[in-house]
Every structure is written in structure tokens, then in C-alpha cells.
Design a protein around this ligand. Structure first.
Ligand code: AMP
Ligand code: MG
Length: 411
């Protein structure tokens, strides 16, 4: 049986990066950049006013309080006159600084007297020029970004801020790693859909919607294949359909039960097993393999996840997420845990490391983690209070409030 870190190493050395596609910037949220982004312009593209006020020459500020207003420039317009000694141009935030001027005096620091009633021209008095610094409220051309410099490298997750930068830099279309298509297949004779009342011996299928949500949170596109009954023919047909995708996630049927047909049917479909079973709790029965195709076709990576919903959830966050991150080119593929202090004493005895659903919080005293109460790995309702797993090492141990644990955050 592999350890968790051996299993993660096997996954990240098996999965290859996915293909690059070009998409519209509108569709880029949550995708991963596949090109380096270089600025085609200086930002700002011109010396720019950062306040509504008057553009003047800094050299005038020492001796002079009254200036002749020669022009008004609003954002989107360009100045037509240069500012000479004793002159000022009324300027709005975002407008280009006129030649000659280098400093903006905010309108609040001035008093204006129109030359003739309602004219934009006239005289402006500075209330206290001692308050003004040379060069104030002017952002010089290229101060933020110089034309030709790299602003982002490939491998970056595109959030609102990256999308804003791409828009500023003219990337109306952007090259990203194609979203992985992830087929999801629940198995089990006992499963009925959420809309149905379970009959005797039946339960509702919570894994399919859960896994679809998890892969969506990881930036992938879920393809729902419904439920396969615990019968070879039905299972094999759905497996073959799922193998058309980049990933296939099955839930259930991977343990040692009489109707746990998933490993043998995957083998029959040509999927090569990389590992089966890992030293962890919950999630021991996890299965991972690969379907290799012809050289110019990318493989399908297959996970057989445990049927118990919390096991499935924990394995998906730990292992499937690492595989998806590797496919998407996100570094690191395996997200590092953070350390948090326990809020209560606990004791636990287990022959395998336990990834216990827990609640993590940043508090004013630092990061804290509390285990959630659960009755075991079928208790999916308990996970609504969880936002991470906390790692408890194997053996017979007691932990005290204040002890530090490794915590794996969920999205
Ligand atoms: P299995 O690995 O197929 O033996 O399933 C282990 C446990 O998980 C059993 O109690 C199943 O009823 C339950 N289970 C399997 N699949 C699902 C599912 N899609 N939704 C909820 N529970 C499931
Ligand atoms: Mg089953």
C-alpha cells in the first residue's frame, strides 16, 4: 500500500499538461494562462493627472499664488497648449498633463475666478502653495509598466485582477490550457437520484453532484454519466463513454465487496493500474490508472474513488485536485498544508494517518483548527461545517489544545 506522498508522486509524475487553446478574455476566469503576457504599451501611456485640479510648473510654486488658467482638459482629451510660467491648465483625473507642467494642485486647494462670467478661463489662486510638492499627483508615463516588459508568465490562474491586466494590455483573446473534461460515474445498485425518495435498501446519490462540484471548483468541466448498476455490461458501457474524456472519476465499487467490479472492468477496458489502496483514512481503497492512446492523442487518467461520500470528497481534494493542477500546469501541483493550532484536546487511535474533516479559521491569535464531529466516512452532512482536513498521524495519540497540525484547505 502506498503512502499518501508516494501516491501523490505517482499521480504528478503520470499526468501530463493538457493542450493549449485560445479563448476570449470573457471566458478566461478560472482558466490557466499558457503564454507569457508582454505589455504592448507603457502604463500609463502618458503622464497622467491623479487629481482634479490645476496643472502647473513646480518651479512656480515657490514665489507665486495666482495663475492664469489657459485651458481645460478632461479625461480622454489631449491638451492643445503648453503651460508657461504663471500659467495653469484645469485638468481632470486621468487626463494627460500638458507640456510644460509637471505638478497638479488639487481643486480643493484653490479658488477660481472666471475672467468673464461662466468662462472656463480666468485666474486661479492657490490657498497654500507651501502644501504642494513638486511633481505631486502626476503619474509618469510607464511608471507602472514599461512597453515590452513581461507582466505575467504562463502557469498563472486567471482571477479578476489578471483579467483586468490582460484587458489593459490588449489581450482580447488569450492562450490558456484547455479546461480538462472530467467524466463522473457513480456506481451502485442502491443509488437513486436526489429527486427521488429512496425505497428499501436505497440511498440518494450524493457523490455525483459532489464530485461535479469539486471538479468545477478546480477549474474543470464535469461530464455527468449518471449511475452505473453493479453489473459488468452496464458498468463497462459507461466506462467506455467516460474514457473519451481527459479524466474519468468513478465512485464506489473499488473495495473488496462482492460487487466491487470497478478495478476489473477498468482493466478490461485497457486502463493500466498505477496504484490501488493507500495508507490513509478515509480513502484506503483509492484506485488510479491511465488509458494510453495513440501517440497524438492525450491519455485518459482514471480515479476509482471510494463510495463513502466523505472518503470520496477527501480523496478528490487531495489526489484529483493534484492531478488536475498538473494537467493545468499550476505549480505546485500538490498544494502545501498550512499549520494551525488545535482548539481542543483530542485523542485518536488509528493504524493509518487520518485526514479528518475540520474547520480552519484565521483568528486574531493566529490560525486555528477544530475537528468536526462525524460518525464516519458516510457522514456527508457533517462536512457542511468543514473547510479543510487536518492530518492526524497514525498510532495511539493524544493532542492538546494549542498543538499544531497540518491542515489541507478546501476551496
Ligand atoms: P462501495 O465502495 O461501492 O462499497 O460503497 C461504499 C459505501 O458508499 C456504501 O455504503 C455505498 O452505499 C456508499 N455509496 C456509494 N456510492 C455512493 C454515492 N454515489 N452516493 C452516496 N453514497 C454512496
Ligand atoms: Mg458499491
Amino acid at each position: 500500500m502506498l503512502t499518501v506522498s508516494e501516491a501523490l508522486a505517482a499521480i504528478t509524475s503520470t499526468v501530463q499538461r493538457g493542450p493549449v487553446v485560445e479563448i476570449s478574455l470573457e471566458d478566461a476566469l478560472g482558466q490557466v494562462l499558457a503564454e507569457s503576457v508582454v505589455s504592448d504599451l507603457d502604463s500609463p501611456p502618458f503622464d497622467k493627472a491623479l487629481m482634479d485640479g490645476y496643472a502647473v510648473r513646480a518651479g512656480d510654486l515657490a514665489g507665486r499664488t495666482t495663475f492664469e488658467v489657459i485651458e481645460e482638459v478632461t479625461a480622454g482629451r489631449v491638451p492643445s497648449r503648453s503651460v508657461g510660467t504663471g500659467q495653469a491648465t484645469r485638468i481632470m483625473t486621468g487626463a494627460p498633463i500638458p507640456p510644460g507642467a509637471d505638478t497638479v494642485v488639487p481643486v480643493e486647494e484653490t479658488e477660481f475666478q472666471a475672467g468673464v462670467p461662466d468662462s472656463i478661463l480666468g485666474q486661479v489662486m492657490l490657498r497654500n502653495s507651501a502644501n504642494c510638492r513638486a511633481g505631486q499627483f502626476v503619474l509618469k508615463q510607464g511608471a507602472a509598466v514599461r512597453r515590452g516588459t513581461q507582466v505575467m508568465a504562463a502557469g498563472r490562474l486567471l482571477r479578476a485582477q489578471e483579467i483586468a491586466a490582460l484587458a489593459e494590455l490588449g489581450y482580447a483573446r488569450v492562450r490558456v490550457i484547455r479546461r480538462p473534461r472530467v467524466a463522473i460515474l457513480a456506481t451502485g445498485d442502491e443509488l437513486v437520484p436526489a429527486a427521488q425518495s429512496p425505497g428499501p435498501g436505497q440511498i440518494r446519490n450524493s457523490n455525483e453532484p459532489m464530485l461535479a462540484a469539486q471538479v468545477q471548483q478546480a477549474g474543470a468541466e464535469p461530464i455527468r454519466l449518471g449511475v452505473a448498476r453493479d453489473e459488468r455490461q452496464a458498468l463497462r458501457e459507461r466506462i467506455d463513454a467516460g474514457l473519451q474524456c481527459d479524466f474519468l472519476l468513478l465512485s464506489g465499487g473499488v473495495s473488496a465487496g462482492k460487487l466491487d467490479l470497478v478495478p476489473s472492468e477498468l482493466a478490461a477496458a485497457g486502463v493500466r493500474q498505477i496504484f490501488h489502496k493507500i495508507q490513509m483514512k478515509p480513502g484506503k481503497p483509492l484506485w488510479f490508472g491511465i488509458l494510453e492512446r495513440s501517440t497524438n492523442e492525450s491519455p485518459c487518467y482514471v480515479f476509482g474513488l471510494p463510495g463513502n461520500p466523505v472518503s470520496s470528497m477527501v480523496c478528490c481534494e487531495l489526489f484529483v485536485r493534484a492531478a488536475l493542477r498538473r494537467w493545468q500546469g499550476l505549480e505546485p501541483a500538490v498544494v502545501e498544508p498550512i499549520m494551525a493550532q488545535l482548539t481542543a484536546n483530542i485523542s485518536l487511535s488509528s493504524n493509518r494517518p487520518t485526514y479528518h474533516p475540520a474547520h480552519f479559521a484565521w483568528t486574531s491569535e493566529g490560525p486555528r483548527v477544530s475537528l468536526i464531529d462525524w460518525v464516519g466516512s458516510s457522514d456527508v452532512c457533517a462536512t457542511v461545517d468543514a473547510n479543510c482536513t487536518a492530518l492526524l498521524r497514525a498510532g495511539d495519540h493524544k493532542w492538546n489544545a494549542g498543538d499544531s497540525l497540518e491542515v489541507f484547505l478546501w476551496p
